[in-house]
Design a protein around this ligand. Sequence first.
Ligand SMILES: NC(=O)c1ccc[n+]([C@@H]2O[C@H](COP(=O)([O-])OP(=O)(O)OC[C@H]3O[C@@H](n4cnc5c(N)ncnc54)[C@H](O)[C@@H]3O)[C@@H](O)[C@H]2O)c1
Ligand SMILES: [Zn+2]
Length: 352
Amino acid sequence: MKIISLNINNKQYSVKVSNQIINEIDHFIAFDNVVIITQKNIFKLYEKYFNKTKKIIFIDETEKAKSIDVYKSVIKKIIKYNCNRKSTIIALGGGVVGDLAGFVASTYMRGINYIQIPTTLLSMVDSSIGGKTGINLEEGKNLIGSFYQPKLVLIDPNFIKTLNQEEIISGLGEVIKYGILSNIDFLKHINSILFDIIKNRDLLLLEKIIIDCVKIKIDIVERDEKEQNLRQILNFGHSIGHAIENQLGYNSIKHGISVCYGIISALILSKQKYNFPQSEYDLILNCMKKLDLSILREINIKSILEILKKDKKNNNNYNFVLLKKIGFPTTNNELNEAQIIESIKKNEYISN
Ligand SMILES: NC(=O)c1ccc[n+]([C@@H]2O[C@H](COP(=O)([O-])OP(=O)(O)OC[C@H]3O[C@@H](n4cnc5c(N)ncnc54)[C@H](O)[C@@H]3O)[C@@H](O)[C@H]2O)c1
Ligand SMILES: [Zn+2]
């Protein structure tokens, strides 16, 4: 069992990573005053481990669950279950469950405890860590939300066994992002194990890589919880990535996969602005090749630009995270329309 402690604003909690957690879940959680927020498909697979409570709330199995309507209906169910200030919410699921359940926890009775049990690779390495919670509006993703840290995060790589391949690839997109942001040796290591993870879902390799990614994210979030400066680097690849996700529809492309396309365009921009080394670019493309991404054919550059303009992280300019080289990200790079168009046209995974 690896226990990683976080200290955010003098509040401490831990992230526990082990492939023995679900088997011994009673050791980690007292089930007397809890309510589980999850999705039916996940619960069907893991019900036997969570039979100590009858207070279970199911939400939609897609991004649609991150909506005001679902938020309201969850709050009503929590009230029906007589939850009080001492209750704990357990978010059992991927990023969708975690973001919604975290937001519910942060607002119900002005904030109650919650525990994250992430069940997708993406939520293990990324969304369960750092306390960003949120729901979407028609006008945009995550427009309503809060920074609200859980009391505990329990990560058991065993959940990955039942994920479909697309979800694994999506999580690996964020794993590659951590490699690019931290250092070249780590990225080379990721590149060397990608095949085993994709084909064999090697649990020991997964456990180690999850621990490495969690440590990187914690290190950043501890220094900048509210994304005033340093935390912005985690948005590397996300400007164009989000725009692609938004244009194609959140249920048509997975978050981490669209980030991969965004990473390639951000690297092309980094080559233009900072002379990002070709050899490092080739290493990253080599990682991407192992993910077997398909070529996007439905991208409309005009609508990508429109979406980028509206993106809350972009104010009025096109504001990007770029890289001088692997491990050396820079924030607040202002770019013009022509540069962005070129970065999409030169992206070998986007055809238009
Ligand atoms: N809060 C943050 O910091 C943060 C960071 C990144 C992404 N996000 C958010 O996370 C969301 C995406 O999360 P995601 O990629 O985990 O997808 P997801 O939560 O939509 O899960 C993907 C699908 O896999 C299913 N599933 C989950 N675990 C399973 C398991 N163990 N076995 C079988 N099926 C399983 C889910 O029911 C769902 O249908 C987006 O809404 C994104 O905005 C948040
Ligand atoms: Zn992301």
